[in-house]
Design a binder for this molecule. Structure first.
Ligand code: 2P0
Length: 336
């Protein structure tokens, strides 16, 4: 990437959507640069958004990060400051920044808030620093803040290319958000506080799960199946492979030492609920990230019926229904 010295310009606001992985990212080959062990595929989730405003100012003596109205300290602040440091290095400046961010969904509940969070931060901060970068470059910078965020730069269906030979790892769009209309019904359950971060859990899996390598061996086939399912708009193939890959990722997590079990009894209840939907000839599959919550994948004609049955039989804390959404956008309305 050739960057000329940038000119710190102005306050910038970006909106990014989270993404739901159909083939999961689980394990890094390079912890520092955040290069994954495997390619992953996701779709961008329209209903889950982070809005972030960044302003660099000579008057600031340190970076500030306000999330959902609360000034952040400790780890959340450090991750933002570290990411701003990468952007400052590229733009050859040492000016500090003020960062305001708002999520429209529960933070750190396994709903990929770090994906939309770092995508919005990277887009707003690079623009505010006067850098003009394309999406491939943005996805590579964002990846270093949080791996899965690189997939949120594009709308629709997106693949994160591990590119293990060249240390250049970035996202590409497989199909836009209008190509294949599916629904992601996010079932928000009571989630116990996570004992270990996703980052540490992945690291532990590589070191201790006897199934880590076996999972990697299944991925080329499953990635090819998902790419084909997207191309042919084959929902049952997409859903069944995504559900299998979710179970494969969780098998690796569960067989780590100590075991990483992200599910609660309610998670398993919803898994059985989805199996029962299929017996009723309702096309539905689940996928789960690092939390108790589930994403029920379906097609538009079954959305209403599934939400109705969830309300009757499960009573979750919240149901958020989403379709595939767009990539990151810079907007003119600022948070401060
Ligand atoms: C995914 N997850 O593909 C997988 C499935 C969680 C389970 O990407 O360490 O927060 O910051 O790169 O991006 C969550 O991982 O981890 C994630 P870091 P990130 O969506």
């Amino acid at each position: 990437m050739i960057i000329l010295k940038s000119v710190i310009t102005t306050k910038t606001t970006a909106i990014a959507h989270s993404n739901t992985a159909l083939i999961k990212y689980w394990g890094k080959r390079d912890e520092e640069l955040i290069i994954p062990m495997n390619n992953s595929i996701s779709f961008t989730t329209e209903a889950l958004t982070t809005t972030t405003t960044v302003e660099f100012s000579e008057e600031l003596t340190k970076d500030n990060f306000i999330l959902n109205g609360t000034e952040q300290t400790g780890k959340p602040l450090k991750r933002v400051v570290d990411h701003l440091a990468i952007i400052r290095e590229i733009s050859q400046t040492n000016v500090k920044a003020k960062v305001y961010s708002e999520n429209n969904f529960p933070t750190a509940a396994g709903l990929a808030s770090s994906a939309s969070g770092f995508a919005a931060l990277t887009s707003a901060a690079t623009n505010a620093a006067g850098l003009k970068l394309d999406k491939k470059e943005l996805s590579m910078i964002s990846r270093r803040g949080s791996g899965s965020s690189c997939r949120s730069f594009y709308g629709g269906y997106v693949e994160w290319i591990a590119n293990n030979e060249q240390n250049e790892s970035y996202a590409i769009q497989l199909a836009d958000e209008n190509w294949f209309d599916i629904r992601d019904i996010v079932v928000v359950l009571k989630t116990p506080e996570r004992k270990m971060s996703t980052r540490d859990a992945m690291k532990l899996s590589i070191k201790t799960s006897p199934f880590f390598k076996s999972r990697l061996d299944t991925l080329d086939t499953n990635l090819a199946k998902i790419r084909l399912a997207i191309k042919e708009r084959d929902f049952n193939s997409l859903g069944s492979v995504a559900e299998m890959d979710c179970l494969s990722m969780h098998s690796v997590a569960i067989t780590s030492n100590p075991p990483q079990i992200f599910w609660t009894p309610d998670t398993v209840k919803v898994m059985h609920f989805v199996e029962n939907l299929r017996e009723e000839k309702i096309d539905a599959y689940y996928t789960i990230d690092t939390g108790a919550n589930l994403h029920i994948l379906t097609i538009p004609k079954f959305e209403h019926e599934i939400v109705k049955q969830l309300e009757e039989k499960i009573l979750p804390e919240k149901i958020i229904s989403s379709k595939p959404g767009p990539g990151v956008k810079v907007v003119n309305e600022h948070l401060f």
